[in-house]
Design a protein around this ligand. Sequence first.
Ligand SMILES: *[C@@H]1O[C@H](CO)[C@@H](O)[C@H](O)[C@H]1NC(C)=O
Ligand SMILES: *[C@@H]1O[C@H](CO)[C@@H](O)[C@H](O)[C@H]1NC(C)=O
Ligand SMILES: *[C@@H]1O[C@H](CO)[C@@H](O)[C@H](O)[C@H]1NC(C)=O
Ligand SMILES: *[C@@H]1O[C@H](CO)[C@@H](O)[C@H](O)[C@H]1NC(C)=O
Length: 392
Amino acid sequence: MCTIAWCREQADLPSVCRTKSTKRVDTRNHFIRRIFYGGLLLGASCLTGRFWLGSLWYYQTAESAPDVDRCTAGVQLEAGVGDAKWIDNTHVLVGLDTGGIAVWNLEDDFRTFVLSHAAVGHDGVVTSVSVTCDKTKAASSSHDRCIKLWDLSNTVQFYTTQAHSDIVYSIDCHPNESDLFVSCSQDGRILVWDRRKVKPASILNKSPLQYTPTCVKWRPDNPYKLAVGSESGQIVVLDTRAGVDNSYLNIAPHKRLVNNLQFCPNKPSLLASVSEDCKVVVCTTENETMKVIYSNTTHRDFVRGLTWSTESQLYTCAWDSRILLHDITKQTATFMGESSSCKLEVNGDIADHPVENGSGDVGTDVDKSKLDQCKLSYSQAVKSQPEMSAEG
Ligand SMILES: *[C@@H]1O[C@H](CO)[C@@H](O)[C@H](O)[C@H]1NC(C)=O
Ligand SMILES: *[C@@H]1O[C@H](CO)[C@@H](O)[C@H](O)[C@H]1NC(C)=O
Ligand SMILES: *[C@@H]1O[C@H](CO)[C@@H](O)[C@H](O)[C@H]1NC(C)=O
Ligand SMILES: *[C@@H]1O[C@H](CO)[C@@H](O)[C@H](O)[C@H]1NC(C)=O
């Protein structure tokens, strides 16, 4: 499964934007979101005039991305996209620059994006979205300093709070408790939320993290541990229980801001990170230490998105408009013992995307005629939202 990233595109994706505008186009791929059955969701934004326009792309085979002509489905949005997450096998939750969220459904055998629901709420760009473990609710974070919770069946907002005093960079719902989530902000704080409590937010002791946290992710197999990346390139794994010594799980593999982090769903001791230093890093968190086992500097611009496909394959996307597949089979074999070397649990990304259909045809060739039929269905569905971009 994959997580999304953003890429600034000069080559492939700009053609999407050119169909909408003859002006000079600056495009960046916003995110690559996860893979299932070998499929990949990619998000991009391009600047047309003064506005960012987002687009969502679905590729039946990851190798086809980001070639516009080989997508299975694509849709142009009326606003830039900040983040997206799968809700189930076909529904995608999208956070928009306008402060709204939208749920898109891949219909017609994954060939058409159809808008299910959309709503506005934030007074600023949505920086991150996350779906609760029971898949009924979602959380969003924004430049407006607020965190909001949404009912996914109708995208009605039912909870809003301004607990941070600056931009909220990242939010992540707990892997198995639907009332728990974590957020981090430019204000330097990491907050752990428990909505069952009278005072739901508590400040997490972030030591040994220095500087501002920029992204947070729960470890999928441990209810207390979460990884945090910072603006300085440091990564720590913190334990939310008081009194636990966090100082050992601490590393600084990047030289600049960490854009995104993801534990490997099949092997949660592996943690991948991408950064503005153009580097992709995988480290192990075994034995209460962190060690870099893979580092790749092939991207030529900010790396924004990443998604694990298997425990030895990772996709990343960057503003250089490329999507790279990293094969870390050798590294995991060397560092993690023979037990992990040949095990590929393709559909294991439960935390990210539950796969109900067990066929798992990862990498199957898609019928060429199907690809030729690929059509972009431009949508006006979110057109009510640009009014919001005035930032009241
Ligand atoms: C979440 O997982 C932990 C241990 O992994 C367990 O103790 C707890 O009961 C689980 N919570 C739910 C709601 O399943
Ligand atoms: C962790 O410790 C075990 C047992 O001591 C060892 O076999 C394994 O190689 C260690 N893992 C790492 C990543 O150092
Ligand atoms: C980095 O990743 C690219 C794309 O997968 C690959 O071609 C290259 O060999 C990798 N470099 C290193 C040092 O692993
Ligand atoms: C998997 O999907 C195919 C086609 O969508 C369907 O025919 C099949 O019954 C599904 N299998 C399961 C186990 O749901």
